[in-house]
Design a protein around this ligand. Structure first.
Ligand SMILES: [Zn+2]
Length: 525
C-alpha cells in the first residue's frame, strides 16, 4: 500500500511539474502551425474585405423545408489589438423577406457597440430619432457581436488563448463526419483543432434555438493562406446543428496597416448611454438570425423595444377577444366558457410566459386548451412550448405535423424560460382544410387553410361573434395599404371569399387591427 501511494504521489508531482497541459499544448501547436507565437503577437491591426451569404432554415417555405436564401453582402473590416475596437462596414443585399439593400457599419469595443445607418426593418426608437440614423447596440447585441468577432479573428483568438493559459480548459473532442478533433474550452467557446496540421478548424458554441432547442453553432475555418508570415483561413462558414447557414469568403487580409482611429470611435454622447455587454442568458441565436433576414429589433428585451414600448399588453377587441400587442409580434387570445384558445406563439417562451401569466391572472381556472400556429416560421412559433404546458392541443396547417413532432421532441436543457416538460405527449392536430373550436355556450373559433405566397400550411383564424379575422405575415393591418394589391393581400381576400365569411375587421400577427372593407375595395371586391 505504501508503495502504491508513493508511486501515485510521484506521478502527481511529475504531472504538476509539467509546464503545459494537454490543452495548452494544443494551443501552442496551433500557434506554431499558424506561424508562431511571436508572429501572432506582432499583429497590431487587421484589415480585411470579403463577401458573405446567409440562409435562414426557420423561414423556409415548407415546414422543415430547405433553408431560405436570405441575403448576401460585401464587407470591410478593421480591428485594432491595442484598443480591442473593431469595425465592419456592410453593404447587405437581401432577398428575403423582401429585396432591399442596407448599407451600415458596426463599431464594437469591449464597453459598447454602435450601429451607423439602417440595418433592419425593425428599427428601434433610438435609431428612428437619430438623424442620420444610428444607434447604440443593446447589451444582447454587443455580447453577441463580441463573441462572433472573437471567433471571426482566428489570429486574435489564438493569441488570446496563449496570453490566458488558465482560461484554456479541457473539452471533449468534436466529432465531425467520423473525424475526431481534439478540443479546448475557452470563454464559452469550444475550439477544435485539425489533428493533422494542428490548425484551429472549428469553433463551437452550445446555443439555444427557439425552434430546435439545444443546438450547436460552429464557425469553421478553411482555405488557409499565408499573409505576412501568418497563416489565415480565407474561407469560413457557420453551421447550425451541422447545416450551413452562412458562408464567408475573404478576398484580402492585411496586417499592421496604419489605422484611422476615428473610424473606430464611438461618439462620446452615445458612449455615455450605451449598454454594457449582457451576461447570463444571452439569446444569441435570436440576435444573430434575425439579422440574417434584416428584421432584428435591437433591444434588451427580445419581444419589444425597451426604449420605445411600455411592453406587452392585452388589448380587448370585443368581449372575450384579446390582441396581445406592444411587441414586435402579436398573438390572439380567446376566452371560451371553460378554457382559452390562442393563435400564434411568437418569439420565445419568455413571451409565452408573459401571455400565460396575463391569461391566468385575467381568467383564473381556465386552461389554455388550443394553441394554433398560423405558420411555422421561428418568429411566430418560437414560443410554442411555453403555451403547451397546460396540456393543450397544438393546431397546425396541413403538412406541418411531422415538423412539429420533431420540434417538440428536441432537447431543451438550455431553455432559459421553461422548466422541463415532456412535449412528446402533446397532441398535434393537422388541419387539412378547416377546424372549429367551440365551447359549451356555442362560442366558436375557426381556422382555415390558406393558399398563400408566404408559407405552406398557413392558417387564417376567424372569430364569428367578433366578426374578426386574424392573419400573420400576409397582411399587416394598421399601416396604410400599398397602392396595388400584392399576392399576400390577395390571398386574404381569396380565402375570405372561398370560405364565405363576412369579416368586419382583421387583427394581425404584426401591426394592429384594420377594417376588412379597405382591403376588399383595394382588391376590387
Ligand atoms: Zn412568416
Amino acid at each position: 500500500m505504501r508503495h502504491v501511494l508513493a508511486a501515485l504521489s510521484g506521478a502527481f508531482i511529475l504531472l504538476s511539474c509539467a509546464t503545459t497541459t494537454k490543452e495548452q499544448g494544443l494551443v501552442t501547436r496551433a500557434a506554431d502551425a499558424m506561424g508562431g507565437a511571436q508572429a501572432l503577437s506582432a499583429i497590431k491591426t487587421v484589415a480585411s474585405s470579403g463577401t458573405t451569404k446567409w440562409w435562414e432554415p426557420e423561414q423556409s417555405d415548407m415546414p422543415g423545408g430547405e433553408p431560405r436564401f436570405a441575403a448576401e453582402a460585401k464587407f470591410e473590416t478593421l480591428a485594432d489589438a491595442a484598443s480591442r475596437a473593431s469595425r465592419v462596414d456592410y453593404q447587405k443585399n437581401f432577398a428575403y423577406p423582401a429585396p432591399r439593400t442596407f448599407t451600415f457599419s458596426e463599431i464594437v469595443t469591449p464597453q459598447a457597440g454602435y450601429v451607423i445607418g439602417v440595418d433592419s426593418n425593425g428599427r428601434n426608437a433610438e435609431s428612428m430619432k437619430a438623424n442620420p440614423p444610428a444607434h447604440s447596440m443593446s447589451g444582447y447585441r454587443l455580447a453577441t457581436t463580441l463573441r462572433e468577432r472573437m471567433r471571426g479573428s482566428v489570429t486574435g483568438l489564438v493569441s488570446a488563448m496563449l496570453a490566458n493559459p488558465g482560461a484554456v480548459q479541457p473539452a471533449a473532442d468534436i466529432v465531425v463526419q467520423g473525424r475526431s478533433l481534439p478540443a479546448v474550452s475557452y470563454q464559452g467557446l469550444i475550439v477544435a483543432f485539425d489533428p493533422q496540421t494542428g490548425l484551429p478548424e472549428r469553433v463551437r458554441s452550445l446555443d439555444y434555438d427557439n425552434i430546435w432547442g439545444d443546438v450547436t453553432f460552429d464557425y469553421v475555418y478553411s482555405q488557409w493562406q499565408e499573409v505576412g508570415g501568418v497563416k489565415v483561413p480565407m474561407s469560413r462558414k457557420y453551421e447550425l446543428n451541422g447545416r450551413m447557414v452562412q458562408e464567408i469568403q475573404l478576398a484580402n487580409v492585411r496586417f499592421n496597416q496604419p489605422v484611422d482611429q476615428a473610424r473606430l470611435q464611438i461618439p462620446a454622447g452615445v458612449l455615455a448611454n450605451a449598454a454594457k455587454p449582457a451576461t447570463g442568458n444571452v439569446p444569441y441565436q435570436w440576435v444573430i438570425r434575425r439579422q440574417y433576414i434584416g428584421t432584428y429589433m435591437d433591444s434588451d428585451n427580445v419581444s419589444y423595444d425597451t426604449k420605445g414600448s411600455p411592453g406587452l399588453r392585452l388589448q380587448e377587441l370585443s368581449p372575450g377577444t384579446f390582441h396581445v400587442t406592444g411587441g414586435t409580434h402579436n398573438s390572439l387570445l380567446l376566452e371560451m366558457s371553460d378554457h382559452l384558445v390562442i393563435v400564434d406563439a411568437p418569439v420565445t417562451d419568455a413571451q409565452s410566459a408573459w401571455v400565460m401569466k396575463a391569461a391566468k391572472d385575467r381568467f383564473p381556472g381556465k386552461p389554455l386548451r388550443w394553441v394554433v400556429l398560423t405558420h411555422h416560421h421561428m418568429d411566430h412559433a418560437g414560443g410554442v412550448r411555453g403555451l403547451l404546458t397546460d396540456g393543450a392541443t397544438l393546431v397546425v396547417g396541413q403538412g406541418a405535423y411531422d415538423h412539429f413532432r420533431r420540434v417538440l421532441a428536441a432537447p431543451i436543457t438550455r431553455n432559459p424560460d421553461l422548466k422541463p416538460y415532456d412535449f412528446n405527449r402533446t397532441p398535434i392536430l393537422e388541419v387539412p382544410q378547416s377546424h372549429v373550436m367551440a365551447d359549451s355556450r356555442g362560442r366558436q373559433v375557426m381556422v382555415y387553410l390558406m393558399d398563400n405566397p408566404h408559407a405552406k400550411g398557413m392558417l387564417m383564424a376567424w372569430v364569428p361573434d367578433a366578426k374578426l379575422g386574424y392573419v400573420t405575415d400576409i397582411w399587416t393591418p394598421g399601416p396604410p395599404l400599398p397602392a396595388k394589391p400584392n399576392p399576400g393581400l390577395l390571398s386574404v381576400v381569396t380565402t375570405v371569399k372561398k370560405i364565405g365569411i363576412q369579416p368586419e375587421r382583421f387583427a394581425g400577427g404584426h401591426g394592429s387591427v384594420a377594417p376588412y372593407a379597405q382591403l376588399a375595395v383595394m382588391a376590387g371586391q
